[in-house]
Design a protein around this ligand. Sequence first.
Ligand code: ZN
Length: 430
Amino acid sequence: MLADGRLNTGHAGVLLVERRGSYPLIDLRILKTSAQQGEVESGTRRKVKRLLSFQRYCHASRLLRGLVPHTPGSLHLLDDDYLGQAAHMLSKVGTWNFDIFLFDRLTNGNSLVTLMCHLFNVYGLIHHFQLDMVKLHRFLGMVQEDYHSQNPYHNAVHAADVTQAMYCYLKEPKLAEQLSPLDVFLGLMAAAAHDVDHPGVNQPFLIKTRHHLASLYQNTSVLESHHWRSTVGMLRESGLLSHLPADISQDMEQQLGSLILATDISRQNEFLLTFREHLDNQDLDLQLASHRHFILQIALKCADVCNPCRVWELSRQWSERVCEEFYRQGDLERKFDLEISPLCNQQADSVPAIQIGFISYIVEPLFEEWHRFTEPSPLSQTMMGHLHKNKARWSRLRYAHTPSETETHSHADEPEPEGGGGEEEGEDIP
Ligand SMILES: [Zn+2]
């Protein structure tokens, strides 16, 4: 059975759409009774930020200055100083050791918009769906801006990283020939928007603090539902799909929802078992749209948790960022006498311990099946190689006893146990 049927369409089948900035940032204010004042302050700050961002964008955009690109794959959003370096990076956007942190710096924090524009050009999606370039930029700008840059992990760079990984998976030989333009469009859009407006705390935190999103979505896939419905809100606000027949654009919104909701980690087993069953029975038929949709769900889930499959230096940075976000939640819980959530206690939960658990219970089981699905591809082999090496490295760091040895930074350059470490050079996938 395909696991794509859990869409909650709200009352009377009408899709609920969230307004942008419709709830306050997660900070101390939500734990006080004066939440209303916080909403006003936060909303105003957000409006000003949005305005400034739009002005900055108007200034920087080559498109709005009338310099419409003539060649597919060209850039529109970069300052000239960085254009060359960022463009050079984009020419290698399909390689697995792509450094999204560097790319984000070169694009002045516009990695998500720049990457999406580039990939839409590469695939000819603008022409295929007759998209209005101004509306597309407006939509992507809103998505990028609604990620919280103050989150160590769930920010627009994570979204860009997931989008870049998704692109690598869409290029897999097993998939590439079978995918329709709609599949590619939905896969990239879902990747870019899958965590939009993430508050930097998890679902249990929202439930125990009685956040209004938890009651809105009845404590189920709270964050993922919010990401999806915020995306739909931005799609409609930008009018990106307004030229399409209503039934087509509504179907696209629903499919986006099905993809984004699949990233709910609490549904991991449901997807894994279905995926395993398909592989055991060898009954996946990628001519069928429903089967391709299922594989897109799996690909997005893989892209979302692929950090441990990256080269160590990138993988380590993501690990530290996600743990920092957990610890901040733990600090907030401690401060307000709430029970500290699992993995959020900096004193008890070390970065290596968290990473080993994450790899063992979430990443390895999923990527072992993906490895099987790709039969296995060179990219899959590269990813599994990194995964095993990174896990071994975290294990060594975990059992290192002296305080200095628990510093992950201090061992970034230590040699791999199997004597490797230099082989990343040749690991670019074609
Ligand atoms: Zn994510």
